[in-house]
Design a protein around this ligand. Structure first.
Ligand SMILES: Nc1ncnc2c1ncn2[C@@H]1O[C@H](COP(=O)(O)OP(=O)(O)O)[C@@H](O)[C@H]1O
Ligand SMILES: Cc1ncc(C[n+]2csc(CCOP(=O)(O)OP(=O)(O)O)c2C)c(N)n1
Ligand SMILES: [Mg+2]
Ligand SMILES: [Mg+2]
Ligand SMILES: [Mg+2]
Length: 311
């Protein structure tokens, strides 16, 4: 199907917001909410690197949106619109494209986010899918990785390491369980929690590369060290969570899209998290130093490899 037919048939029906101008102009025009700070992010998903070629196209669309909304959540922002960059190969045939865009429509509706525009390219060797997400936050309220203070409590939302197990299941290495496959294919950005943390968290980021490597980044940005008790890190129930090695695998796996944040030790985080309907767990304390340290029964168990990094 030629590019213009694909856009007309599958993308124009999704681009209903006035800012998108029916995808009939060269760019979108958005009248932002008065007095708010605007927040921009862009993440790419590449076939074989971020998802498997056989993953359901509707789940790939969900993940592409969700990983970007997770970055807006980490900033405390409310999402408004997105620009979509579709770079596709011959493997993304007409059926793939139709299922992808239908799934994208459902994902946009689930998060009340508008498609404002984008670009479509075919003929690549492998699919590379980009998305820019734009949101807004109270002036000066955007969260940061830089503000953690010595003595602050360290918190994480949800459970950690599930997506890593889900990836192993998606590869067919171990028997599949839908909840963990979904953690890999359909992450759930913690938007309500991020917004509730504005004015409360001293530092915040989302966990994409692994809890330890991302904690290391937050610690370095704040010129402090995050001491994390790996036994306190919440994990999903199952037969695969037993010894220290399993725990270290989980806290270095990545693809979690949970929020890692710090607060003053006396902040009532459980009450705030309950209002945001998001489970949170205290996993450590900010101390003097730099980066991260993983502890188990008070012993330093920090592994050499802290998480995922692109080469
Ligand atoms: N190609 C790029 N051009 C400009 N900025 C980039 C690029 N790649 C990454 N960044 C910026 O570097 C910072 C770290 O990126 P990254 O580790 O991907 O963050 P995240 O894990 O939150 O997506 C972010 O502020 C991001 O916007
Ligand atoms: C097929 C496949 N293999 C391996 C992984 C593991 N993995 C790939 S990239 C990544 C980190 C997150 O991706 P990145 O592009 O770094 O996102 P960002 O940190 O910018 O949000 C992880 C854990 C995966 N998601 N899919
Ligand atoms: Mg990124
Ligand atoms: Mg991030
Ligand atoms: Mg990364």
């Amino acid at each position: 199907m030629p590019e213009r037919d694909f856009i007309a048939r599958h993308l124009v029906p999704l681009a209903t917001a006035p800012a998108a101008r029916g995808l009939a102009d060269d760019a979108a025009v958005w009248a932002p909410p008065l007095g708010r700070d605007l927040v921009f992010t862009h993440d790419v998903l590449a076939c074989g690197i971020h998802y498997l070629a056989g993953d359901p196209p509707s789940d790939i669309a969900w993940k592409l949106l969700a990983v970007n909304l997770s970055d807006l959540a980490a900033m405390g922002a409310t999402p408004a619109g997105v620009l979509l960059g579709l770079g596709m190969s011959a493997a993304e045939d007409a059926a793939w494209r139709e299922t992808f865009t239908r799934g994208l429509g459902r994902a946009l509706a689930a998060f009340d986010v508008a498609l404002w525009g984008g670009d479509t390219v075919s003929g690549l060797d492998r699919a590379v899918l980009g998305l820019t997400a734009i949101g807004h936050v109270a002036p000066g309220g955007a969260l940061s990785r830089r503000g953690a203070c010595i003595g602050d409590a360290i918190w994480v939302s949800g459970t950690i390491g599930d997506a890593g197990i889900g990836l192993t299941m998606a590869r067919g290495t171990i028997p599949a369980a839908k909840p963990l496959l979904d953690r890999f294919r359909r992450p759930m950005p913690r938007l309500a929690l991020g917004q509730a943390l504005v004015g409360v968290a001293t530092a915040c980021m989302d966990v994409s590369d692994g809890l330890l490597i991302d904690a290391d980044r937050l610690g370095r940005a704040s010129r402090a060290r995050l001491d994390i008790d790996v036994a306190a890190v919440p994990v999903a129930d199952g037969p695969w969570t037993t010894g220290l090695d399993d725990r270290l695998a989980r806290v270095t796996a990545g693809d979690d899209y949970e929020l890692l944040f710090t607060t003053p030790a006396d902040a009532d985080v459980p009450a705030l998290a309950a209002r945001a309907r998001t489970p949170v767990t205290r996993i450590g304390t900010v101390v003097a130093g730099a980066g991260v340290r993983a502890l188990c029964d008070g012993r330093d168990v920090t592994p050499d490899r802290l998480g995922w990094e692109h080469g």
